[in-house]
Design a protein around this ligand. Structure first.
Ligand code: A3P
Length: 275
């Protein structure tokens, strides 16, 4: 497998650490890990395994571009390096910083139905609190303003799901053609067609096939088959069971997101069947 070159391989083939030519900039809980791992099935794609948080973290950014490059895996010159750090999408300073590194970089954004994404985001935070034996508010309490009962746009899980607001900031630096929107709900239910669209966007020859993806009924998700000996599913923290949410709150959120979604479809040219 690529991305795990031994010292000997590095020496023999003069492998290099390359800056990413594509970045999965978000969205948190959209399926960013699944997308990165699945793209890595392609022989011409290598991935930075960890989230690097270079452009959104002041301390990391101050370490400079050589530090960033040093976080990248060794690869052959024809391969493309991809990293994912979902915080990039919502962090104000990031578009300009990435633009300064490479103004023609390809940007991948994976989205899910906004209310589902918000609940998934909540569920991740809730799990973190429970691990520390802390109690946490119900989703309904966080998502609605206590006084007015309107949607609470100060709540981060709500704000992150207003995709168009964030994308519009990115469009001040990059043309819309440099973005590719991935349907995170379809990446769950039928990943191959979504991956084929990404292959095309990245101008890679189509190499990911049905063979590489198999549905694991126990896990309830698609898992990855690299070759005859190596398969893997994502970690158990991917694909959590969400708590039940009051249906009237779900409807309220869906109505709230609706106009923003319309704008997002209009800008990206990709329409989703979101309520
Ligand atoms: P849930 O935990 O809400 O189900 P991210 O990697 O951006 O944090 O996204 C996590 C989400 O990826 C999970 O959200 C899960 O639904 C989704 N996902 C998509 N494909 C998956 C796969 N093959 N295996 C596990 N999770 C997957």
């Amino acid at each position: 497998r690529t991305g795990n070159a031994t010292t000997e391989q590095v020496r023999l083939h003069s492998l290099v650490q390359q800056l990413p030519r594509a970045i999965i900039i978000g969205v948190r809980k959209g399926g960013t890990r699944a997308l990165l791992e699945m793209l890595n099935l392609h022989p011409a794609v290598v991935k930075a395994s960890q989230e690097i948080h270079f452009f959104d973290n002041e301390q990391n950014y101050a370490r400079g571009m050589d530090w960033y490059r040093g976080k990248m895996p060794f690869s052959f010159p024809h391969q493309i390096t991809i990293e994912k750090s979902p915080a990039y999408f919502i962090t104000e300073e990031v578009p300009e910083r990435i633009f300064k590194m490479n103004s023609s970089i390809k940007l991948l954004v994976i989205v899910r139905e906004p209310t589902t994404r918000a609940v998934s985001d909540y569920t991740q935070v809730l799990e973190g609190k429970e691990r520390k034996n802390k109690t946490y508010h119900r989703f309904e309490k966080l998502a609605l303003d206590a006084g007015t009962c309107e949607v609470n746009t100060k709540y981060k899980a709500v704000r992150t799901s207003i995709y168009t607001k964030h994308l519009e900031r990115w469009l001040e630096f990059f043309p819309v053609e440099q973005f590719h929107i991935v349907d995170g709900d379809r990446l769950i239910s039928d990943p191959l067609p979504e991956l084929q669209l990404v292959e095309r966007f990245l101008q890679l020859p189509p190499r990911i096939s049905r063979y590489n993806l198999y549905f694991n009924a126990t896990r309830g998700f698609y898992c990855l088959r690299f070759n005859i000996v190596f398969s893997k599913c994502l970690a158990g923290s991917k694909g959590r069971i969400h708590p039940d949410v009051d249906p009237s709150v779900v409807t309220k959120l869906q109505k709230f997101f609706h106009p923003f979604n319309q704008k997002f479809y209009q800008i990206t040219g990709r329409t989703f069947a979101w309520p």
